[in-house]
Design a protein around this ligand. Structure first.
Ligand SMILES: C[S@@+](CC[C@H](N)C(=O)[O-])C[C@H]1O[C@@H](n2cnc3c(N)ncnc32)[C@H](O)[C@@H]1O
Length: 291
């Protein structure tokens, strides 16, 4: 079948509002599968697609129409400066997570952290981007899911970062509480933990395609962050910084917990690009920190 006929046939099955984007992304996907630049397909719309590819792509489009994220079809996703492998072993990285990572890259530009912990690392986008930004830093990445860790390790290898990063499996702090790692103190602790409450509304497609372990947290989406915060100062160096991505209402629901456990001067909420306080940022022993 010809490329353009195939695209027209498949795009018709997407919702009307999604058709222009679907047409563009489908052409990109076909170009990648054929190992050709997209411009070649634009100038050769009559190019014949191999029958096997047509049947593979039809199945892919069915999954996309059922709500599968395009990133899983491509098998890679851009995140800050790099491209990361992505599949159903881990959550598709979100723009807010790029914002959080960029915030800390900028804050540490003049004084890079020596030791960094990315907890709940998933595909590794946060920790590996920090390792790329700070070539002298060592990064520990942890996750409960062995599948996510295997994807993270693949990403570390393709970015040639294996020598400076260590992946550890475990339940939140348990991953670094064991053996030689128990003595580690981190200059920067960063995490995008699961924070969706069980009764929050999520797109059906997110629930159907992304790992539930990456999404949900009991106690109104706060179980993970409360465990992380309880022991934060046991593992955070002085001076040290920490940053967490959370849900849009957690700046209100976590108020009492934060007041009971920390000095008010130690933390603040930073806004995301939509003006929502989404990033809980700690600056411990701020004296001497270079901005
Ligand atoms: C929201 S995803 C974040 C993934 C990645 N950091 C990102 O931003 O794209 C949360 C991650 O936490 C992991 N996770 C869930 N429960 C955990 C636990 N108790 N201990 C450690 N990791 C956990 C999940 O497997 C998932 O990879």
């Amino acid at each position: 079948m010809e490329v353009d006929r195939f695209i027209a046939e498949q795009v018709a099955g997407f919702a009307k509002d999604d058709r222009a984007t679907s047409r563009r992304l489908l052409r990109q996907l076909i170009a990648e599968r054929l190992g050709l630049p997209e411009s070649h397909l634009l100038s050769h719309p009559e190019r014949e697609l191999p029958a096997e590819l047509v049947s593979d792509l039809r199945e892919e489009v069915q999954r996309l129409q059922a709500g599968q994220p395009w990133a899983y079809s491509f098998g890679h996703v851009p995140f800050l400066e790099d491209s990361f492998r992505i599949d159903r072993r881990a959550l598709v990285p979100r723009p807010e997570t790029e914002e959080l990572t960029r915030l800390f890259i900028e804050r540490h530009r003049t004084k890079p952290p020596t030791t960094i912990l990315d907890m709940c690392c998933g595909s590794g986008v946060i920790g590996l981007s920090l390792a790329r930004a700070f070539p002298r830093s060592r990064v520990w990445l942890t996750d409960l899911s062995q599948e996510a860790l295997s994807l993270g390790r693949e990403n570390a290898a393709s970015l040639a970062l294996q020598d400076r990063v260590t992946f550890l499996q475990g339940d939140l702090w348990e991953a670094v509480r064991r053996g030689v790692h128990a003595t580690l103190r981190f200059d920067l602790v960063i995490a995008n933990p699961p924070y969706v409450a069980e009764n929050d509304t999520l797109d059906d497609s997110v629930i159907a395609f992304e790992p539930p372990l990456a999404l949900f947290s009991e106690d109104d989406g706060q179980k993970h962050i409360k465990i992380i915060l309880k022991d934060l100062y046991r593992f955070l160096a002085v001076p040290g910084r920490a940053g967490f991505e959370l849900g849009h209402y957690h700046h209100q629901t976590l108020t009492n917990f934060l007041q009971q456990n920390f000095d008010t001067g130690d933390y603040n909420w930073e806004l995301d690009q939509h003006g929502v306080p989404r990033f809980l940022v700690f600056d411990r022993g701020a004296k001497g920190h270079a901005e």
